[in-house]
Design a protein around this ligand. Structure first.
Ligand code: WT7
Length: 635
């Protein structure tokens, strides 16, 4: 419901139980927040000291070239040193790192010891194939354990990974390969989704055809159907892993704090996706602290972040932070409602999940099936719930809290972005909650809602959400595009030196933040971030379409859905068949998540005199709302 502003219900408060407070690692939010604000560097240094470093930093924060901030300057580390290497020296070597369940019923439980060995083996394979520190590796896989293994192996040898979500198609993958210039790609033959095989390797073949940068492909066998294996280019993972070269001992590359850990592409306002760059040092400190404090993660927990590792949520909170904390995580392949709408509730019961973290769109989707499905399962192991990706409507919040959490689990609504690396606005379990509000900033983070001149907005007034100071997991740049990094995030409030989030929000009288949604041409469908331009350029790549405009319209389950308006080329006429054909085209070119709900053929589009499409007008029309100020309209 990205476009709806939720009216804060001032009277609706939820307070944590005594049990929650007793258990919580941070009991007094205000005290810790103040401590952090008094000396931000001392605060983060203290957190960083809980981790292992090959060499400690000389300086916590270097702001001399802001906004190109540097954290833990002079420090030598590697995120794998903290995620794996240090655990295998302790009792945790016998602890489960991952519990995995495939859609077809396959199950794997993997200890830290075994995960460490698999990562070492694969690191050796990658090294033997010539991958060196600094080389970018693209990963395009389903939700199987080889995905985190591949990510960790890349990190271990200092090769930044670029994970492309398996729901993207040819062109999206080709663009990302091209931008990262990665010569090696890791994939699988296919992935199981709702009883069908998603043909990942086939997409890879086509993407490489379009971006012939890749000269080596490693393929994990998951679904087992016949696939094309190109001689001299494609290698089976299991064959490489059984070679003598794949020994279980591998050196962890010594990385500078500021050396790149990964690139993750995300949608921006223009067609070209942005490669968000994160580094080893600050990211490991920030993601592990935020997870430990916001979700009170303990050794005895079973943590389930039900996102996909292909998104930032999965990078930070399925792979890196849980492993750094030595936690046991659940990973599942498939969908929440297949084969039945109780897949998730069955998983919670079977594995004794204690903390579940998901997105509003999934909650709304499961809500539709009614209370009987969760009612068939014992969900009493749950003690905390979480949500992320878009504003959660209070109705879904209450359902989650009541039906899933039995009124005893605080709902941790975490606001953050691919760019921020970790949670920015989030309750800690001891903070009072208001449904629909992500509550207050994490300790060490200063945020505000401001007008275009940078004045703080009055309580209840809508404005731009800004972050007023650096934090350790902040993006370091847009890969190979410093200018875009500056323009996108730092130019609007360059005088003040604030980071522009691109979200509009309100702050209420209690200092609680209410996110309204994006105020640029970015849309959120089922919590996934897409640029209108990505869908539009997909549409115009079809021979029938001359021009197109794409908007997001509020939807009860998905948050928003895509409406596309197309002007056809001469000789084509609009029909249901053409609309279906265009949908199939988008599914193929951009990916299933980008498929418009509705395609309308129009003779022209509302534009400003300078030729900019007025999506605002299209949006109003689509919802039957007043069109507002159209004085600049030239249709
Ligand atoms: C955008 C970032 C961060 C992980 C997933 C999304 C929206 C994110 C919330 C929330 C309201 C939220 C914002 C933000 N968003 N979390 N708890 N409440 N809105 O990462 O794809 O980079 O998208 O998601 O609009 O800017 P992303």
């Amino acid at each position: 419901m990205a476009d709806d502003a939720f009216v804060p219900a001032a009277t609706e408060w939820y307070h944590p139980s005594k049990d929650i407070v007793r258990h919580a690692v941070i009991k007094d939010y205000d005290a810790v927040y103040q401590e952090a604000m008094q000396d931000i560097e001392a605060f983060w240094a203290k957190r960083a000291k809980t981790l292992d470093w090959f060499r400690r930093w000389d300086k916590v924060l270097d702001a001399s070239n802001a906004p190109f901030y540097k954290w833990f300057v002079g420090g030598k580390t590697n995120i794998v040193l903290n995620a794996l290497d240090r655990h295998v020296k302790t009792w945790r070597r016998n602890k489960l790192a991952f519990i995995w369940e495939g859609e077809n019923g396959d199950k794997v439980s993997m200890s830290y010891w075994r995960l460490w060995q698999e990562v070492n083996k694969f690191a050796n394979v990658l090294r033997s194939m010539g991958v060196k520190k600094g080389d970018r590796v693209t990963i395009y896989m389903g939700r199987i354990l080889e995905l985190p293994i591949a990510m960790l192996a890349c990190a271990k040898i200092g090769a930044p990974h670029s994970v492309v979500y398996g729901g993207f198609s040819e062109q999206a993958l080709a663009d990302r390969i091209e931008d990262a210039q990665s010569r090696l790609l890791i994939t699988c033959d296919g992935a199981w989704l709702r009883g069908k095989i998603v043909p990942l390797k086939q997409v890879v073949d086509e993407a490489i055809h379009r971006s012939p940068v890749v000269d080596r492909v490693i393929v994990v066998k998951r679904t087992g159907q016949d696939i094309n294996m190109e001689q001299g280019r494609d290698y089976w993972y299991h064959e490489l892993m059984s070679l003598p070269i794949a020994s279980t001992k591998a050196e962890t590359e010594v990385m500078d704090s500021e050396d790149p850990l990964f690139i993750l592409y995300t949608s921006g306002t223009t067609g070209k996706p942005k490669g968000i760059l994160h580094t080893h040092g600050g990211y490991q400190v920030y993601t592990s602290t935020t997870l430990q404090w916001a979700f009170d993660l303990k050794d005895e927990d079973r943590w389930w972040c039900a996102a996909d590792p292909g998104w930032i949520t999965g990078h930070s909170y399925i792979v890196y932070a849980p492993l750094i904390l030595g936690a046991t995580s659940i990973i599942y392949e498939g969908a929440p409602n297949f084969p039945y709408p109780d897949r998730w509730w069955r998983i919670v019961e079977e594995y004794g999940v204690t903390i579940l973290y998901t997105a509003p769109t999934a909650i709304r989707g499961l809500m539709r099936f009614g209370e009987a499905w969760p009612g068939r399962h014992d969900l009493s192991s749950l003690r905390l719930l979480g949500t992320v990706g878009e504003p959660i409507n209070p109705e879904a919040w209450r359902w989650y809290h009541h039906v899933i959490g039995k009124d005893k689990c605080p709902v941790i609504d975490t606001w953050w972005q691919t760019e921020t690396g970790g949670f920015m606005i989030t309750p800690l379990p001891t903070v009072g909650l208001k449904p629909g509000s992500a509550t207050r900033p994490f300790p060490g983070i200063k945020v505000d809602v401001v007008d275009d001149d940078g004045n703080s907005c009055a309580a209840g007034e809508e404005g731009n959400l800004v972050i007023q100071g650096p934090w350790p997991a902040m993006l370091r740049t847009v890969y190979k595009d410093d200018q875009r990094f500056l323009n996108q995030y730092w130019t609007r409030y360059s005088k003040q030196g604030w980071y522009l989030t691109g979200d509009s929000a309100r702050k209420d009288a209690d200092g609680y933040f209410w996110i309204i949604g994006r105020n640029d041409d970015v849309i959120k469908v089922s919590g996934y971030r897409l640029g209108t331009a990505e869908v539009e350029s997909g549409l115009v790549s079809h021979p029938a379409v001359a021009e197109s405009a794409v908007i997001a319209v509020p939807d009860e389950v998905k948050g928003s859905v895509i409406y596309a308006y197309c002007i056809l080329r001469a000789g084509f006429s609009g029909s249901l068949a053409l609309s279906d054909e265009l949908k199939a085209h988008i599914r193929h070119e951009v990916g299933p998540i980008a498929v418009p709900e509705k395609i309308e053929f129009v003779p022209n589009l509302p534009k400003t005199r300078s030729g900019k499409i007025m999506r605002r007008v299209l949006k109003a029309r689509a919802q039957g709302l007043p069109e507002g100020d159209i004085s600049t309209l030239e249709e």
